[in-house]
Design a protein around this ligand. Structure first.
Ligand SMILES: C[S@@+](CC[C@H](N)C(=O)[O-])C[C@H]1O[C@@H](n2cnc3c(N)ncnc32)[C@H](O)[C@@H]1O
Length: 284
């Protein structure tokens, strides 16, 4: 296959300047907005200087970061995808940079804090990205990496087997779609190791639990039905499920079914967002 922007070896998930999954990103960031606000209240943010949201997607986190700091702080977003940046531009007027995080066009030692959520896993080698981002940070600067899904999610509290089967079907689908090995997809779990090898110090980690029960908000319902049922599972994973599991999935998730998941009083969802912070060693 000829090598194109879309299948570069260093972008295993086929990200490119024209690729868009903006709708999915918008739904996810709206869904985790309460937890993002909590995280930004918990992490130390500067009162002057520069904050950069790397892999900013459709921009909600960039806007929430800007709300947390004085106006003098220069908050900007960086992303590879023009369509994602166009969506971000509709949301806020903060500076946006189109660039590849593996070789960011940012002056060395010019940034105080980097926030990077669910994005380093889009590069073939997290350590290479972290070394590139470390060059952008000032001495003693801080990187904050957030990554979903280090622990198994719960969607169907009443059907553990369906949860397990869907998780394994999704992993199989993604491995096949992107031609990835089991090791390549699991590599992101070692964020602490990657930060350490890239030369960061004072590494800390905290896992936030994103948990929803009834009553679900309209934002929650849209995320579960459209981003998860239709977008993540959809028809494409059906070939990894047997007939009984397909029937159980439809019975839960098709609106109008007697047991519709989002109307069940015992609905209980749990997923995690792990936040690893680290610092550039101070100058000797
Ligand atoms: C899963 S999304 C996360 C977006 C956002 N941080 C969020 O949490 O909603 C990954 C983002 O990284 C961007 N991305 C992927 N590869 C990239 C690269 N090499 N350089 C810059 N951005 C990249 C994608 O365009 C996408 O917006």
């Amino acid at each position: 296959m000829p090598r194109t922007e879309a299948n570069r070896g260093d972008r295993p998930l086929q990200d490119s300047p024209s690729r868009s999954y903006a709708e999915k990103l918008e739904r996810f960031s709206r869904f985790i907005e309460p937890e993002l606000k909590q995280i930004f209240a918990d992490i130390p943010l500067p009162s002057t200087g520069v904050i950069m949201d790397v892999g900013c997607g459709t921009g909600l986190a960039t806007a929430l970061l800007a709300e947390q700091v004085p106006e003098d702080v220069y908050v900007c977003g960086l992303d590879l995808s023009f369509p994602h940046l166009r969506s971000a531009r509709l949301l806020h007027a903060l500076p946006l940079i189109q660039a590849d995080m593996q070789r960011p066009c940012i002056r060395d030692a010019s940034v105080d804090v980097i926030w990077c959520c669910n994005s380093v896993n889009h590069a073939a080698n997290a350590e290479t990205v972290l070394r590139a981002l470390k060059r952008c940070l000032r001495n003693d600067g801080r990187i904050v990496l957030a990554q979903s899904g280090f622990l198994a999610e719960m969607f169907f509290a009443w059907d553990a087997h369906l949860d397990d089967a869907l998780r394994s079907a999704c992993h199989q689908y993604y491995r096949e779609r992107y031609g990835l090995s089991r090791e390549a997809t699991a590599g992101v779990r070692s964020l602490i190791g990657a930060l350490d090898r890239a030369g960061f110090d004072r590494i800390e980690s905290r896992t936030y639990v994103i948990e929803r029960t009834q009553p679900l908000t309209a934002v929650d319902r849209a995320y579960f039905q459209h981003a998860i049922y239709e977008g993540l599972w959809g028809e494409r994973i059906h070939r990894y499920l047997d007939a009984d599991l397909k029937r159980r999935l439809r019975a839960c998730c098709e609106p109008g079914s007697g047991e519709y998941w989002l109307d069940r009083s015992d609905f209980h969802h749990i997923q995690t967002l792990t936040v690893c912070q680290a610092r550039v060693p101070p100058a000797p």
